[in-house]
Design a protein around this ligand. Sequence first.
Ligand code: MYR
Length: 131
Amino acid sequence: AFNGTWKIDRNEHYDKFMEKMGINVVKRKLAEHDNLKLIIEQTGDKFIIKESSTFRNKDIEFTLGVQFEYPMADGTELTGTWVMEGETLKGTFTRKDNGKLLTTTRSLVGGELVQCYNYEGVDAKRIFKKA
Ligand code: MYR
């Protein structure tokens, strides 16, 4: 159900979230308008995600429940897992630089892909439309 091409449509509280993550204002302004596109290909427990944005193009592969590493666009390394809970993907990641937790979910809401983020008590959303 997550399969397809998803283009960022809008963000909620993303600036505040990035600020909590320690990202400087210049990068935050660019990141608010990064034209993020995700091509998601799920086969059973395996996902391939083709991420493209004004920052980079990157392919990510993971299997549900299996730990993997994910470098953020600014180079900060995360390590963690995605699992499926009902119809929702739940991600639990740890920053390698400070050990702090970043949690995230992906779900389909009214035909949109909604990705929620939490870091140190700050919640944000990025909402994608199917291309
Ligand atoms: C994927 O499924 O797309 C790869 C793994 C994603 C890990 C969680 C994403 C966190 C990205 C946070 C970026 C926020 C910038 C402050």
